[in-house]
Design a protein around this ligand. Structure first.
Ligand SMILES: *Cc1c(COP(=O)(O)O)cnc(C)c1O
Length: 477
């Protein structure tokens, strides 16, 4: 133990700290305000080497300067208005403020009785009303849809086999789950982790809309007759490949007729609930789900990371996770009071304050403005689709239904040459900082893919990106 009264990890000079912090805050605000000037750029080799922690203990002033020059310039690029790759949220200015406050409070949201817990309940309650879930449904903020899916699958497994599955394991039961062929890999990963096994995820063929309900019913029947235990259906509200939405009502009918758990992966697409028509109707029937996974960090533009799981039957959710040792027992009063504790609904005991950044976005902008940004993103994807159709030799891989536009730069080439060209265009545009498209394999062709979950994109930005695609095609086609 140190007896040195001077020793502390806190700043010795708070005024100096204040000056450094204010300066850093200004740099951050400047960067956000000038987001269009900050495209992705590769991290230079010298910088990668400089990240190694060979020199440490340099003090706050040096830290601030290194944050400004060595860290801030090398983001993922998703704050830029022409970033359309994968499905990346953009981050809101409100997030800068809420993260500052969250770091100051340093709340642990596993449970107990304090402000952040009430913020999380408020965010979950608001979400339940958006998705038509009953007031007594349960929910939890998590790292993202991947973790939300694990939690939903664990609850579904408890419904199928009883809570004894937690102590006894599956005892030879062969659980089978169903999903359309466009299901995100998070579903399979969840089944792997829970010991159900990836080969017990049946990929059901899709029709023009999504998972084919007739094929689903037939597959359930066939598995039953072979002695397996069908237990859950994954529906997709917004597929990563083409932005399509399964017919949630039709799938809910089949799930309930067969006593199966219906989980909806609505990672980004669930938020069409806040959009104008025709996009809002895409997620009709979402209220019929037993569980829903979605992300705030994608199409609600909230900074990473924040996803959510909602479970309609709170008892089933709790039965899959509750169980606290005596040192964590709840008390009637004091910090150890408060009920429910979030640690009884998921994997983590210690949890950060994810709710604040969502709460802040809702307080600052509200669901109407956020919904408008979501609708606008769909309009921009449709506009991009129109430009593809209007351009010589370009072709859509599929009709634009929501915020995804997937296309090939030259449909007159062979599949292999189209794939090579589209890959080259995507890479050139990324490296030059002009625009970020990712790629998707559709019917044997690697296509350019734009998933617009970007509140900084406008029609002029879409035009610039499409002009850049055309320019690269002329160079490399
Ligand atoms: C992003 C995504 C996931 C995975 O969510 P994370 O938040 O990245 O864990 C699952 N499903 C779909 C449809 C997605 O877009």
């Amino acid at each position: 133990m140190t007896t040195d009264t001077e020793f502390s990890l806190d700043p010795q000079d708070w005024e100096a700290f204040r000056e450094n912090a204010h300066q850093l805050l200004d740099t951050c605000i400047n960067q956000l305000a000038g987001a269009a000037d900050h495209a992705w750029q590769p991290v230079p080799e010298s910088q990668k080497a400089a990240y190694a922690l060979t020199e440490t203990g340099m003090g706050i002033e040096k830290l601030v300067s290194r944050l400004q020059t060595e860290v801030l310039p090398y983001g993922t690029g998703n704050t830029h208005p022409r970033f359309f790759g994968w499905v990346h949220g953009t981050g809101l200015a409100s997030g800068l403020l809420s993260e500052l406050v969250a770091a100051t409070m340093n709340s642990n949201c596993g449970g107990r009785d304090h402000g952040a817990v009430y913020l999380e309940r408020a965010v979950i309650d608001w979400s339940k009303s958006v998705f038509g879930f009953p007031a007594d449904a349960s929910g939890l903020l998590v790292a993202g849809t991947s973790q939300a899916t694990v939690i939903a699958c664990a609850a579904a497994r408890v419904r199928a086999l009883g809570a004894s599955v937690r102590s006894e394991g599956q005892q030879g039961a062969r659980l089978v789950a169903y999903a359309g062929s466009a299901i995100h890999s998070a579903a399979g990963k969840a089944l792997e982790l829970l010991g159900i096994g990836l080969s017990n995820l049946r990929k059901i063929p899709e029709n023009a809309q999504g998972l084919d309900p007739d094929a689903l019913a037939a597959a359930i029947e066939a598995d039953r007759s072979s002695g397996a235990t069908p237990f859950m259906v994954f529906a997709t509200a917004g597929s990563v490949d083409l932005g399509r939405f399964d017919d949630l009502t039709a799938l809910a009918n089949i799930a309930s007729a067969n006593n199966l758990w219906l989980h909806v992966d609505g990672a980004f697409g669930a938020w069409t609930r806040l959009a104008d028509e025709p996009w809002k109707s895409l997620s009709d029937g979402i209220e019929l789900a037993d569980s829903l996974a979605c992300d705030f960090h994608k199409w609600m533009y909230v900074p990473y990371d924040c996803g959510m799981v909602l479970v309609k039957n709170a008892e089933e959710h709790r039965a899959a996770f509750a169980g606290r040792p005596s040192y964590l027992e709840g008390k009637v009063e004091g910090i150890a009071g408060g009920d429910p504790w979030f640690c009884d609904y998921g994997i983590d005991l210690s949890r950060g304050n994810r709710a604040l950044k969502v709460w802040a976005a809702l307080v600052a902008y509200g669901p109407e403005k956020l919904g408008r940004a979501i609708s606008d993103n769909c309009r921009m994807a449709a506009y991009m689709g129109d430009r593809v159709i209007a351009m010589d030799k370009m072709a859509l891989a599929a009709p634009v239904v929501s915020n995804l536009c997937v296309f090939t730069a030259d449909e007159t080439l062979s599949a292999d040459r189209q794939s090579a060209l589209n890959n080259t265009i995507a890479q050139r545009l990324q490296l030059s900082g002009q625009a970020v498209f990712s790629t998707a394999l559709v019917a044997g062709v690697t296509c350019l893919r734009a998933a617009i979950t970007n509140h900084r994109t406008n029609l002029a930005q879409v035009d610039m990106a499409m002009d850049a695609v055309l320019h690269e095609r002329e160079k490399h086609g």
